[in-house]
Design a protein around this ligand. Structure first.
Ligand code: AMP
Length: 309
């Protein structure tokens, strides 16, 4: 209550905020994105059920709350499949790929103390994400789809617009994202992650916040995701989401290069978070933006060689 008394509007950039606290604040003042969106995104089962209700393709899934349900879900979905905790998983934590029946028991021992979801394993061509934003008066804007590369479940590299992106796939992602935004009466930036197979998109998960795969917008779009989130929640007109060129964002994981090493390479933009280094921890990112894809790939390989990420 003391916190609410000092605020005009409340937002969050972390999705493990307790829903009860967000709901309580929402009785006193504007909380965006709405607590209902937070609640849906905190549970993979509600998230995938929402996608399904809206006609958005998503990997086939089943809720798992006992060892028997795990066996039944593995039979009905088939293997390989991915077992995930419904809540609090991030960066690939709280999940296990099941390739044979023999692996079920160990996965159950590892994860079975939490409510789970089993998903069909998708042999995707690539992973994409869309950053969407909706204003208080219902206007929407979309950034171009981003191509994401993960290693050990952690986002390493994003390219935007996704190389070879077709208008048809972009339009499909925008239509799906628009359906999610309006169904949740959403305000702010929302990220949805996809698996692409051919020109098909399957929704993997969503984040009710600015997103790591949108950090390229700081230096590669007319308006960054952060500015657009603030514009949205403050009731201001949304900013232009067009890219300024071809952008890449390289996460700095576990260790950071020296500033001199980064600044020696023309065109680099370094963003550091001021966190203590720890293996697997995201400590910052480097953004690049070039006029054409070939120039971007060249610059990116120079950066990766230099800093070893
Ligand atoms: P998530 O936490 O759900 O985003 O999963 C982390 C990463 O695991 C994803 O970015 C994918 O690379 C991989 N992954 C997750 N779910 C699946 C799936 N159903 N099929 C194939 N790969 C998956």
């Amino acid at each position: 209550d003391r916190f609410a008394a000092g605020c005009d509007v409340v937002t969050y950039e972390f999705e493990n905020v307790p829903v009860a606290a967000a709901r309580h604040l929402a009785t006193r003042l504007a909380v965006y994105p709405p607590p209902g969106a937070l609640e849906t995104a905190q549970d993979r089962l509600s998230e995938k059920s929402l996608f399904t209700r809206l006609g958005i393709p998503t990997p086939r899934f089943a809720a798992v709350s006992s060892r028997d349900e795990l066996a039944a879900a593995a039979r009905s979905l088939g293997l390989p499949a991915v077992l995930k905790t419904r809540r609090l998983g991030y960066d690939g934590k709280g999940q296990a790929v099941l390739r044979s029946d023999a692996e079920l028991e160990a996965a159950w021992q590892q994860l079975g103390s939490s409510p789970l979801i089993l998903e069909a394993f998708i042999p995707f061509d690539r992973e994409l994400s869309i950053l969407a934003v909706r204003s208080r008066d219902g206007h929407t804007a979309f950034y171009p789809l981003v191509q994401n590369e993960h290693r050990e479940g952690i986002l390493r590299l994003s390219r935007a617009p996704a190389p070879g992106l077709s208008d048809a796939v972009q339009q499909k992602a925008e239509a799906y994202a628009a359906a999610v935004l309006s169904s949740l009466n959403y305000v702010g930036v929302l990220a949805i992650e996809w698996f692409q197979i051919g020109d098909q998109l399957l929704a993997n998960e969503m984040a009710p916040r600015v997103h790591n795969s949108g950090h390229w917008t700081q230096d590669g779009a007319v308006t960054s995701q952060f500015e657009n989130h603030l514009r949205a929640i403050l009731g201001l007109p949304l900013g232009d989401t067009r890219p300024r060129g071809h952008a890449a964002m390289l996460n700095l994981i576990g260790r950071t290069p020296t500033e001199a090493d980064v600044f020696e390479i023309p065109g680099t933009r370094l963003h550091l978070y001021g966190k203590d280094p720890r293996p697997g921890r995201k400590l910052g990112h480097i953004n690049l933006c070039e006029p054409d894809p070939a120039a971007l790939e060249h610059r990116l390989s120079v950066v990766r060689d230099k800093i070893g990420q």
